[in-house]
Design a protein around this ligand. Structure first.
Ligand SMILES: [Zn+2]
Length: 147
């Protein structure tokens, strides 16, 4: 029987030996599945969580330049970090002052243009309520073709 992979959306042949299969065999999907399993385990298993944190600290001590080099290789990630940090700062500020920050984070480039705001380009789609990963999106203009 073929089922849909929840990560890539491709159909794959389900193994009769593994029930509740949700991911196909592709390495990226298997990595995503394992990462999700680990995230859940960290939340639900305090012992596992503690031992993971200790080994992460040890690893970080052994690889002190890892993140510096990583961010040099992936400049877009530091942009993402900046945005996420700005949001965390806003949340912290609004908690302190009690003032709700419901205004959109996207600043208008030119106030004189009134409400003609066209969000085109690359953005981070960041869930406010759920603890989900931010999503990088490209907003592009698609010309309408009349037949
Ligand atoms: Zn897949």
């Amino acid at each position: 029987m073929e089922i849909l992979c929840v990560y890539c959306g491709d159909l794959f042949e389900a193994s009769p030996r593994h029930k509740n299969q949700i991911a196909c065999k592709k390495p990226a999907c298997q990595r995503a599945r394992k990462a999700e399993w680990q995230r859940r385990k960290m939340k639900t298993d305090p012992t596992y969580n503690a031992s993971q944190k200790i080994s992460q600290k040890e690893w970080a001590r052994a690889n002190p330049d890892y993140w510096k080099r990583y961010l040099l290789k992936h400049p877009e990630k530091s942009e993402r970090n900046r945005v996420l940090q700005a949001i965390r700062n806003r949340k912290a500020r609004s908690k302190k002052t009690g003032i709700k920050m419901d205004t959109p984070l996207i600043a208008k480039m030119d106030a004189s243009k009134g409400d003609s705001f066209h969000p085109l380009g690359q953005f981070w789609l960041i869930p406010v309520v759920a603890k989900m990963d931010a999503l990088k999106v490209n907003i592009v203009r698609v010309p309408i073709c009349y037949p």
